[in-house]
Design a protein around this ligand. Structure first.
Ligand SMILES: [Mn+2]
Length: 355
């Protein structure tokens, strides 16, 4: 993968000779290496994966065109010092937001460089705008979620526990081609649905419950994310009103979003509708986030986000209303932003389902 060239431009701007990339998703983005341990090292002269014996073969396969360096008894310090001295590097950068404190101290003490320079989010920011290939993988992951939602509707019965339902969702995601989960599935019923990130429990799903299901999977490294809320049995008037307010807020944000807005401007469109309907204080999280190799990426759609939404960025649109002692509703789609608007990757039904 030749994303190392983008990293070399960062090196020039920061006037450093090389960088040690330690964030797993950044290592994968830059080199293709998806192993859990090691560093991707980029200098003007070299792009290498430095890892241990367990990952040597994997790195050779995945990091096409990269030198693979397996550490010896001298550990990472010796292996890194070797490349630094061959490359003549005296200023070495690292990802300050990603490096483990203990590793930092060890490297700072042992590496033979004049300066050990902290970077901010420069490398992570390379991942903000997705390539067409990345978007295909995210779309595929989201399509698996859609399939699972359709199928799970035939499985849900009053009397089963949230845990049982969560297990089935996770099983189906993998059965339909996912290699992993973006996060453990959230299944929240009844008053539990008033907690945005409720952990599935032994509570049984009952007639009259709101049932929120928030899940996503990983396909070739890329995440998906979707949420649907349904009602078990007939919805009450209050449930319908809450549900339709969330749906209206989501639709307004979808109609509004396009390249050029700040994240907080998109958030405001949905928030104004929810607050205007009398639910101020019931929507305590941001409207959405970007999705890629990691489930929560920047820029966000939130009250604080000053970042500009650009074409090729993915965003979730997931407003919610959460009422203590009553329950909650969240509806979440995943879209890619375009110059004119967006393309929605989520196709599951959003009209209130009474099961
Ligand atoms: Mn989400």
């Amino acid at each position: 993968m030749d994303n190392y060239k983008k990293v070399q431009e960062i090196l020039k701007k920061q006037s450093v000779g090389a960088v040690l990339i330690s964030n797993g998703n950044n290592m994968r983005y830059v080199s293709g290496f998806a192993g859990a341990t090691g560093y991707v090292y980029i200098s003007e002269k070299r792009h290498a994966v430095i890892t241990d014996f367990r990952y040597t073969i994997q790195a050779e396969v995945e990091a096409e065109g990269y030198e693979v360096i397996t550490i010896g008894n001298g550990g990472y310090e010796e292996a890194i010092n070797d490349v630094l001295s061959t490359d003549g590097v005296d200023r070495l950068a690292f990802e300050a937001e990603e490096m483990i404190f203990a590793n930092y101290h060890k490297l700072k003490e042992k590496l033979k460089v004049k300066d050990f320079v902290p970077l901010g989010s420069e490398i992570t920011n390379l991942r903000r705008i997705k390539t067409p290939h990345e978007l295909e993988l995210i779309k595929k992951a989201e399509a698996i979620g859609d399939e699972v939602f359709t199928e799970i509707l035939t499985f849900i019965k009053p009397g089963m526990t949230e845990l049982e339902l969560a297990a089935r969702i996770e099983y189906l995601l993998k059965l339909k081609g996912a290699e992993g989960l973006s996060f453990s599935a959230i299944v929240a019923s009844g008053i539990n649905s008033s907690m945005p990130h409720a952990v599935p429990s032994r509570k049984k799903i009952e007639i009259g419950d709101f049932l929120t299901m928030d899940f996503g999977c990983v396909y070739e490294g890329y995440c998906s994310d979707m949420t649907r809320t349904i009602v078990i049995g007939k919805a009450s008037e209050k449930q319908k009103e809450v549900y339709n307010t969330v749906l209206q807020a989501q639709q307004a944000a979808l109609d509004f979003i396009k390249a050029g807005y700040k994240g907080k401007e998109v958030d405001k469109v949905a928030r104004d509708i929810i607050y205007g309907a009398g639910y101020e204080g019931c929507f305590g999280h941001g409207l959405g986030h970007s999705v890629g190799l990691h489930i929560h990426e920047n820029p966000r759609l939130s009250m604080l986000e000053e970042g500009i939404i650009e074409a090729g960025m993915t965003e979730t649109i997931e407003p919610g209303i959460y009422i203590k002692g009553f329950g909650g509703v969240r509806i979440e789609d995943l879209v890619v932003v375009t110059e004119q608007g967006h393309e929605n990757f989520t196709f599951s039904n959003k009209n209130l389902i009474e099961l």
